[in-house]
Design a protein around this ligand. Structure first.
Ligand SMILES: Cc1cc2nc3c(=O)[nH]c(=O)nc-3n(C[C@H](O)[C@H](O)[C@H](O)COP(=O)(O)OP(=O)(O)OC[C@H]3O[C@@H](n4cnc5c(N)ncnc54)[C@H](O)[C@@H]3O)c2cc1C
Length: 459
């Protein structure tokens, strides 16, 4: 039976009262806000852990009182969590330790650390991490689900670069797992997400890059069809060292944006080449020679990749859609532009395509549950939905976009799935079976509520 059902701060043995907040108390709305502000998180209580002892105390309390625990580091993927009745939301953003061993090219971070807190420091040391498009995404959720960024065709998913996790398991003990210690748990965490415990620290490998050749070409929105065809034709010519993304972007009329972007729409092609300038220029020439309105390609320090995609930094209300796709062919590009390009009446802020393949398609020995991603292209579309009417228009556009490419569907990338979903669809049957068996071993009572739940085997 739950003991946290009143609007009074519950006492959790070993935890100072000011680390717990419940509905009706000052700070409740701030504490429960997710990155997508449309997500209405209503757990029984929120614990803001300051260290791993707080995590242990919370897990033990939940277990003793028949509650569940939902670990959260930033709330960037809170949408799929669903109802949090009978659940303590365990906010680990206070676990903010950072240690960089430049010589060993290893980083250790607390589970609350966001990419923006380590990427600039690494860059100054001539090192790059496998972060994604948004500097304020948490390293924990990103790494537990996969983690696909600018260097992914060269170095694969971030989860493959994780060398150790520390976590509090359902029995309330702090455990360290790596390739040699509790290797099944280590395998499951690398892709199986927050189903197996509350991660308190993560260690991972980073890569030596003083500079990379990177940038974006912004083309007039009216040229979307021509540019996306050219981008698709470029992809087969690219080596693993080059990752290119393309997007239709509608910038808001935000005074904080540079004038050239503010309130304007563009089709953008990015490239990040882990190599020298001459070769990077040669590889991106088919796009750069199309006469972009803005061209930012140059040799840059890895820190510049943090914000290259210009993702939103502040929490906002949005709906999104996502699919992994095989090569969509010229017809697929046409269908996508019909659904979301000029003249379509589309109500979205972004339709983004990322080139997959390379290391993303290679399963290394010793990899975890999420070693690779299927397909050639990752589609992610997002529309800002400040009110119900706009939300309806956004949803209609997202449905049209999904329909336009459905024939080329290769699967889903769980980190980009923002709605409750059947996680069995994210894995092949043997991987799913093994994940469920490991869940049954480490969390037989299903204490942990993850964004993409894996039920224990036998339930
Ligand atoms: C603007 C934006 C840009 C993005 N860009 C990329 C990108 O380029 N590449 C990419 O791969 N993904 C990207 N993502 C997706 C992102 O990787 C997922 O949303 C990821 O789950 C976020 O992790 P988090 O810790 O920040 O979020 P949270 O919502 O805090 O965590 C998500 C889930 O991870 C688990 N989790 C988090 N912390 C812990 C913990 N300490 N212990 C156990 N489980 C935990 C939980 O199950 C939790 O529900 C982006 C998302 C957004 C919103």
């Amino acid at each position: 039976m739950s003991t946290i059902t009143t609007h009074r701060t519950p006492r959790i043995a070993g935890l100072p009262a000011d680390r717990v907040v419940v509905a009706g108390e000052p700070g409740w709305d701030d504490a429960r806000r997710a990155f997508n502000v449309l997500v209405d998180q209503r757990p029984d209580a929120i614990v803001r852990a300051a260290d791993e002892h707080d995590v242990v105390a919370t897990v033990r309390h939940a277990r003793e009182h028949g509650l569940r625990v939902a670990p959260q580091s930033t709330g960037h993927n809170a949408g799929p969590l669903g109802a949090l009745d009978g659940t303590i939301l365990l906010d680990v953003s206070g676990l903010d330790e950072i240690a960089i061993d430049a010589e060993a090219r290893r980083v250790r971070v607390g589970a609350g650390v966001r990419w923006e807190q380590v990427v600039p420091a690494l860059s100054e040391l001539g090192l790059a991490a496998l972060h994604g498009s948004s500097p304020d995404v948490g390293i924990a959720g990103y790494s537990l689900g996969g983690g696909m960024g600018w260097l992914a065709r060269r170095h694969g998913l971030q989860t493959n670069s994780v060398t150790a996790f520390e976590l509090v398991t359902a029995d309330g003990h702090l455990v360290r797992t790596d390739a040699l210690h509790e290797p099944d748990l280590f395998w499951a965490l690398r892709g199986g997400g927050g189903n197996f415990g509350v991660v308190t620290a993560i260690e991972f490998e980073v890569y030596p890059y003083a500079e990379v050749y990177a940038g974006a070409c912004f083309f007039a929105y009216e040229r979307t069809r021509e540019i996306l065809h050219a981008w698709r034709e470029l992809l087969p010519t690219l080596p693993d060292e080059l990752m290119s993304w393309a997007a239709i972007l509608h910038f808001p009329p935000d005074p904080a944006l540079p004038e050239a972007l503010r309130g304007r729409s563009y089709t953008v092609v990015w490239g990040v080449f882990a190599g020298d300038e001459a070769e990077g220029r040669r590889l991106m020439a088919p796009i750069r020679e199309l006469g972009p309105a803005i061209d930012t390609f140059a040799m840059v320090a890895p820190a510049e990749l943090g914000d290259l995609a210009m993702d939103p930094r502040e929490p906002l209300p949005f709906r999104s859609a996502h699919q992994l796709l095989h090569d969509v062919g010229p017809q697929g590009i046409d269908a996508l532009v019909d659904a979301a390009g000029p003249g379509s009446g589309a109500t979205v802020s972004m339709v983004q395509l990322r080139h997959l393949g390379g290391a993303l398609a290679r399963h290394d020995i010793g990899a975890g549950a999420r070693a690779t991603l299927p397909g050639e292209i990752c589609l992610f579309a997002l529309g800002v939905a400040p009110d119900a009417e706009t939300a309806q228009a956004v949803e209609a556009t997202l449905a049209r976009i999904e329909d336009a490419v459905i024939a080329h569907r290769a699967g889903d990338y769980p980190n980009f799935v923002e709605e409750p979903a059947d996680a069995s669809a994210f894995f092949d049957p043997p991987t799913w079976r093994r994940l469920r068996e490991i869940k049954a071993l480490y969390d037989p009572g299903d204490l942990f509520a993850a964004n993409h739940p894996i039920p224990p085997a036998g339930t």
